[in-house]
Design a protein around this ligand. Structure first.
Ligand code: AMP
Ligand code: ZN
Ligand code: ZN
Length: 416
């Protein structure tokens, strides 16, 4: 009897052990597959500044064409207003309109902080106080995904005390090849430090577009050179053992408009500058701080001066522009029609191209290409907003995202 009891007891014990071991194995295996599934997902986003949506129609761009064939090409990417570099790169990074993330222009006085922000002053671009919203690299880091940035707007700032794991101070002179080498190096790191989200940037064809205009031979030449650079980049990426897991986005912040000396409005000939406290911005978009009691007079004088310039009061910018409610946009937002320049008589611009106009102007739209295991093959995406890139990136990397202005529904069709 005792023998039978101990046999049964031992058997139960063994079964129990087996059961426990099986459960442990199942839990371990599923956590491994979750981890592997997560580790499989990489996203590398490149912004080529000022790459207008239709440049590839004019130039020879075999690398971009092959991205479109194997992946996704959008008809165009609609930037946020104002169509300037800093507001838009930070909109891509946060999924928020400039009114909501606080970089309302490239240079502005932050009334709320009593501080000036300027893209050319390192102490301001690195000051996290200016930046609202949560950039996607910080979201990813918080959720255990290592990230790297190479000169993306906002990435050199401590935003809520956080940073991407790999980043550097802006250096426009860093050659293209050195940028590719950094990315190859990062993607060859051991798993624990290897980034799975990389956001990098190059300042062309914006610089050439400003100098020679979007209709120039020089633009065709730089666009073709960038396409060759891209070819070098992808050739190097193909050598990586994880190449098959890499998703790529090649995009831009805005387009470019041709400007000319016969389409110039001098703001100081339109307004009485004695009525102004100060003005932020540059051709063709400004925010004005107006002296007490002078607002009506100023709005009337601008709106009755030339039909190609418009002034909107704070809070009265048409809803489609999602702008003019942030305290940093001051009392008045002034913009001209595409192709028209707004200068001060003492500060006129050089060059044949600019941007900053309403985002409803098609020449302000940018490129968007994507390819990799997450994307469909040969998919034509209709025009969409650049703030939608944030939920798109979040979906690819399985991130939990806060509520933002961008919407996944606008872009989910391009995913497999
Ligand atoms: P925009 O005046 O809007 O054409 O601005 C373009 C300029 O922004 C380029 O000349 C870049 O050198 C500059 N820029 C872009 N990203 C950064 C950055 N992260 N830090 C500093 N300057 C930048
Ligand atoms: Zn730009
Ligand atoms: Zn520019």
């Amino acid at each position: 009897m005792k023998g039978l009891f101990s046999f049964t007891f031992n058997m139960l014990l063994t079964m129990n052990k087996l059961y426990i071991i099986t459960i442990i194995l199942i839990v371990f295996a599923s956590s491994c597959s979750d981890k592997e599934e997560q580790d499989d997902k990489y996203l590398i986003i490149l912004s080529l500044d000022g790459f207008r949506w239709d440049y590839p129609d004019e130039a020879n761009t075999p690398t971009l064409d092959s991205l479109a064939k194997t992946g996704v090409k959008a008809l165009s990417l609609k930037p946020c207003f104002p169509t300037k570099t800093f507001p838009n790169h930070y909109s891509i990074a946060t999924g928020l309109y400039p009114d909501h993330h606080g970089l309302v222009l490239n240079r502005f006085h932050a009334v709320d902080l009593k501080k000036n922000y300027s893209i050319s002053k390192r102490e301001t671009v690195t000051d996290g106080d200016f930046y609202s919203g949560k950039p996607i690299w910080n979201i990813a880091e918080e959720q255990g995904i290592t990230t790297a940035t190479l000169f993306w707007v906002g990435a050199s700032a401590d935003i809520n005390g956080e940073h991407s794991s790999h980043w550097g101070y802006y250096d426009e002179k860093l050659p293209w090849q050195a940028r590719i080498d950094s990315i190859s190096k990062w993607l060859s790191l051991p798993l624990e430090t290897r980034p799975r989200l990389i956001m990098w940037y190059f300042h062309e064809p914006d610089a050439t577009g400003h100098e020679f205009g979007p209709n120039s031979r020089e633009i065709i030449a730089i666009v073709e050179q960038l396409d060759e650079f891209l070819n070098k980049f992808f050739t190097q990426m193909r050598k990586l053992p994880i190449y098959d897991k890499l998703n790529f986005i090649v995009t831009s912040d805005h387009g470019m408009s041709q400007i000319s000396p016969d389409k110039i409005i001098l703001l100081d000939e339109v307004v009485d500058t004695a009525d102004l406290e100060y003005a932020d911005g540059g051709n063709p978009v400004y925010n004005l701080k107006v002296k007490d009691g002078k607002l009506d007079k100023l709005v009337d004088s601008i709106n009755n001066s030339n039909k190609h310039i418009t002034a909107w009061r704070h809070g009265m910018v048409p809803g489609e522009f999602h702008y003019g409610t942030n305290v940093r946009t001051l009392d008045l937002t002034v913009v001209s029609d595409s192709g028209w320049s707004i200068y001060w008589s003492w500060k006129q611009g050089k060059g044949l191209g600019t941007h900053g106009y309403r985002n409803t102007n098609k020449d302000m739209h940018a490129i968007f290409y994507a390819a990799g295991p997450a994307f469909k093959n040969g998919f034509s995406q209709p025009t969409f907003n650049n703030i939608d890139i944030y939920p798109l990136a979040g979906k690819i990397l399985n991130l939990k995202l806060p509520e933002v202005d961008g919407k996944i529904d606008n872009v989910s069709e391009m995913l497999r």
